[in-house]
Write a protein that binds this ligand. Sequence first.
Ligand code: FAD
Ligand code: NAI
Length: 476
Amino acid sequence: MSKQFDVVVIGGGPGGYIAAIRAAQLGFAVACIDEWKNDKGGPAPGGTCTNVGCIPSKALLQSSEHYEHAGKHFAEHGIGLEKLSIDVKKMLARKDTVVKQNNDGILYLFKKNKVAFFHGRGSFVKAAEGGGYEIAVAGAANETLVGKQVVVATGSNARALPGVPFDEEMILSNDGALRIAGVPKKLGLIGSGVIGLEMGSVWRRLGAEVTVLEALPTFLGAVDEQIAKEAQKAFVKQGLKIELGVKVGEIKSDKKGVSVAYADAKGAAQTLAVDKLIVSIGRVANTTGLNAEAVGLTLDERGAIVVDAECRTNLPGVWAVGDVVRGPMLAHKAEEEGVAVAERIAGQHGHVDFNTIPWVIYTSPEIAWVGETEQQLKARGAAYKAGTFPFMANGRARALGDTTGMVKFLADAKTDEILGVHIVGPLASELIAEAVVAMSFRASSEDIARICHAHPSLSEATKEAALAVDKRTLNF
Ligand code: FAD
Ligand code: NAI
């Protein structure tokens, strides 16, 4: 006997679990199926984000930052330390505890919101006779569910280099990169994108000699150029070796290490010998095991589920959200889509504003932005004004001992509407929220410049950058 639901969500990552909770809040009978297993084989909802993404990477970034501060910056504060050491096993165990707290938190939220959770793989069987779709669950739970509406949120997987599969021992994806048992002497990374920089920073801070090989000739091409240059300068000063414009060739690995043959930017043949190699060259949509063919769900040439602007697939009553569809692969984008879909199912006007989705790279300095970059504005011939303010001139940043970077505002030359805000510096991840709010309300740079900001705070740099658009900074 199949179990009937108004909404069946396949995938319990940020897109899926949030869609399930919002749908339940709206009064629907909801099931969420997720197959992720913890090390004991039990359920571990939260997807890539909770298990091998956002959460564990930020836990390790925090631990490694403490270690770096203790070793390199405590002395400036007059704090002496003898015999500083790092216990990688303990650091990884703490990270696992943080992950588990998040897994358990989601199971609790399912209970609280009366979402029925099924631990196993969900796959389409067929269109159900009375409408909706039959979904088979295989795993710890073995059931057939019928959902009048189905939300697919099956996420993404790390992309491997052709012919170089991940063994998670020597050639690591994000998964292996988050559980290296001891600090490698030499660590190689392919791809200087978000994962390359975050994971490279973790292991560099802990003492590894880190080299990043990047195919593109420009560093962080999607980031505002001025901000990317400032960040690159900081990373190089910290000791991260970044080689741009390389062409990666043959990769050989054995139990002792990995060697990467590549042509450098000048075309000269080089070899990088490392103890471990992280490959972070992007991610691919995951529809493995979904049995999309059974119901004729349309995928694009890269395997992503094809959706319209409102996350509708080609099948009536089937929606898809998050990494498995177009758009940035970010947890908060997945969540926004999950909420919007649940609201659309309820006949409401769910909305995602793709122009105000923030990006954050949690390195030190952090990099965060929302809206258009200066190079994008130039490319579309927009008339704009720019204003920047350096953290060097911010009292709180000086007190923190972290004055790298700046806040940059880009505003329409005529209307002064904020078109983009770009930050490199301390706590950029938190500062960007003000810019997102401002842009969501279509504020002008003058609006921010006229708002009272607490002193001393890093947010004063945001206000000053807004003042700089009109060339009237007060503290620089
Ligand atoms: P996922 O989180 O991938 O969840 C999909 C879930 O569906 C998984 O649990 C999977 O097991 C399950 N599933 C798949 N197929 C089936 C099936 N057939 N049946 C049942 N279950 C199934 N984003 C940020 O915004 N901020 C960050 O700081 C950040 N850091 C990251 C760090 C790393 C190292 C990585 C790899 C990613 C990071 N991301 C970050 C990206 C973020 O993790 C993803 O954008 C987000 O997890 C996407 O959510 P999702 O719900 O679409 O998919
Ligand atoms: P990415 O897309 O950020 O970066 C991949 C990099 O690899 C690019 O610079 C690309 O030019 C380079 N590359 C591609 N093929 C290559 C090759 N053959 N040789 C050398 N370089 C090559 O992808 P990444 O870092 O794997 O992360 C995947 C996604 O996960 C991100 O795009 C982001 O959506 C998400 N993520 C988000 C985080 C955050 O929000 N803080 C943190 C980590 C991941």
